[in-house]
Design a protein around this ligand. Structure first.
Ligand SMILES: [Zn+2]
Length: 506
């Protein structure tokens, strides 16, 4: 497929339009030469102003022409390739869900390491211990509620939260108290909470998500999933339930990490949260709840760290990455086989196109992003002393939707140095550079704290949280063409960072 480069075409056509039709031959020649000179001088500045009005451009914002040609070739190859999709498919379908500590997570480590070795990368498996939490039985029903027909119950769709504590095998029964917010929980006080099952009914804001602010909607709701159980336990509660965090409206519960609280913790679907809160507003509601996950001993696991050594500055490193582990309900397609696959594709394209980065391109498939971040912590412990030589780190962990550009945590000077890369990404709309206040990826957060410029692919996430952490996070949610665009964004940005004449300023 070919992508029109509108900006340049318009520029050339416009210049031609200014040529007078009948002028003496020698004058015409001088006019043409003068125009060509003006175009050559004006082009970088004009491009710069289209992105950042009023910002003076400098020499740093121009890449060597050969590098721009390589980036363009890389982009076009990525947009026509299905390597990343095949890798994502293998991870999701042939291996399956990859929760930390599972046999499938270990298989995924071996598989990705083998694939990267096949490409000729120098692969190491960097060890860490991870938690091994395994889902058990999970069921819930309302056994008492206003208007109940004698002898009937209401089924509630529930799932246990990662790392949570079990109920006894025979389950527990308790009165349900609904709190919409933490403030409401605190206002209820210990007397009303002790011995009861608390439901946090904080809704995920669909309007924010529909308007492109899905991550904001997620952030304001997810605090109840991660911290709710601890708050309930502190007030003597029997168990903690949270309204599923996300936009799913097919009665799908959403799992995810919950801070260890010593009491059972689960998520009910948005529909069931509505049902319970409607009934609880009318009178007493009691629930029979069974959640029997187990926390097994820690397991040894590995980050896959694979280097394509730099030709000029092998000690300088650019990280491209995604995380290998997933939750267990779906097959971990958009979270985050897609991220691992586009990082792998970066290496595949460089080797296939025989592009040799000046700096070392390091592909990392992280473990344990979902259930504690111990892959990140191990990498930090092992490599913190080299972070001064980590030029930049990219992670893709917001799905496989169309990439709009990159969220970045870096200095203004670093953002400006990316301007010529934005021009290569503009043909398929992946050219935004959006500064963010927190590291755009949890696995690269400690690098970010150490001053390493960090980037996260900024996908269209309007539907991401409809599937994220649910049983519906499956391969069909990845649109092959959108995954190719993600691969192009990762490969172009990664290679540019690894081959720019000067390392990205801090
Ligand atoms: Zn993720």
């Amino acid at each position: 497929m070919s992508y029109p480069r509108q900006g340049l075409q318009i520029g050339v056509t416009g210049a031609r339009g200014f040529l007078p039709r009948a002028i003496p031959c020698r004058t015409a020649l001088w006019t043409v030469l003068l125009l060509l000179l003006l175009l050559t001088i004006a082009r970088p500045g004009a491009r710069g102003q289209s992105h950042r009005a009023g910002t003076p451009t400098s020499d740093k914002e121009v890449l060597p022409a050969t590098l721009v040609e390589e980036l363009t070739a890389l982009r076009d190859a990525a947009l026509a390739d299905d390597y990343a999709y095949r890798q994502a498919a293998h991870l999701c379908e042939n291996i399956g869900p990859r929760p930390s500590g599972s046999a499938q997570a270990q298989r995924a480590v071996e598989y990705v390491a083998d694939e990267l070795r096949k490409l000729g990368l120098q692969v190491s498996l960097e060890q860490t211990k991870v938690a091994h939490w395994v889902r058990g039985a999970e069921s819930a029903q309302l056994v008492e509620f206003p208007g109940q027909l004698s002898g009937t119950t209401q089924k509630i769709v529930v799932t246990a939260l990662g790392g949570s504590t079990a109920t006894p095998a025979e389950g527990i029964t308790g009165e349900v108290v609904v709190a919409n917010t933490l403030d409401e929980l605190n206002a209820l006080g210990r007397d009303q909470i002790a011995g009861k099952i608390v439901l946090f009914n904080f809704p995920f804001d669909h309007r924010k998500a529909a308007n492109g602010f899905a991550l904001d909607a997620y952030s304001e709701a997810v605090v109840y999933r991660s911290a709710g159980a601890k708050a309930v336990a502190a007030m003597g509660g029997l168990a903690s339930l949270v309204r599923s965090v996300g936009g799913a409206d097919y009665r799908l519960p959403h799992t995810g990490w919950s801070a260890p609280a010593g009491i059972p913790a689960g998520a009910v679907t948005a529909e069931d949260a509505d049902l319970i809160s409607h009934l609880a507003a009318q009178g007493k509601v009691r629930m029979y709840l069974t959640l029997t996950p187990s926390s097994l001993p820690d397991v040894t696991s590995y980050n896959v760290v694979a280097d394509l050594k730099g030709s000029e500055h092998p000690e300088q490193v650019v990280v491209v990455s995604g995380h290998l582990d997933s939750w267990d309900l779906g097959t971990g397609a958009i979270d985050d086989a897609a991220g691992v696959a586009v990082a792998m594709e970066t290496a595949q394209l460089l080797t296939r196109l025989r592009l040799h980065p000046k700096r070392t391109m390091r592909v990392i498939a992280w473990v344990d992003e979902e259930n504690g971040g111990r892959g990140r912590d191990a990498y930090t412990a092992d490599h913190a002393a080299e972070f001064f030589n980590h030029v930049a780190a990219i992670e893709s962990d917001l799905g496989a939707g169309h990439p709009l550009g990159f969220s970045v945590k870096m200095s203004l000077g670093a953002q400006e140095a990316l301007q010529p890369v934005q021009e290569v990404l503009a043909s398929f709309g992946a050219n935004l550079i959006k500064p963010v206040s927190m590291a755009p990826g949890s696995d690269i957060s400690s690098m970010s704290k150490a001053g390493v410029p960090t980037l996260g692919i900024m996908q269209d996430v309007r539907t991401y949280f409809d599937y994220h952490h649910t049983a519906a996070d499956t391969l069909d949610k990845i649109a092959p063409q959108e995954l190719r665009e993600n691969a192009a964004a990762m490969a172009v940005m990664g290679y540019a960072l690894a081959s720019m004449p000067e390392p990205l300023p801090r």
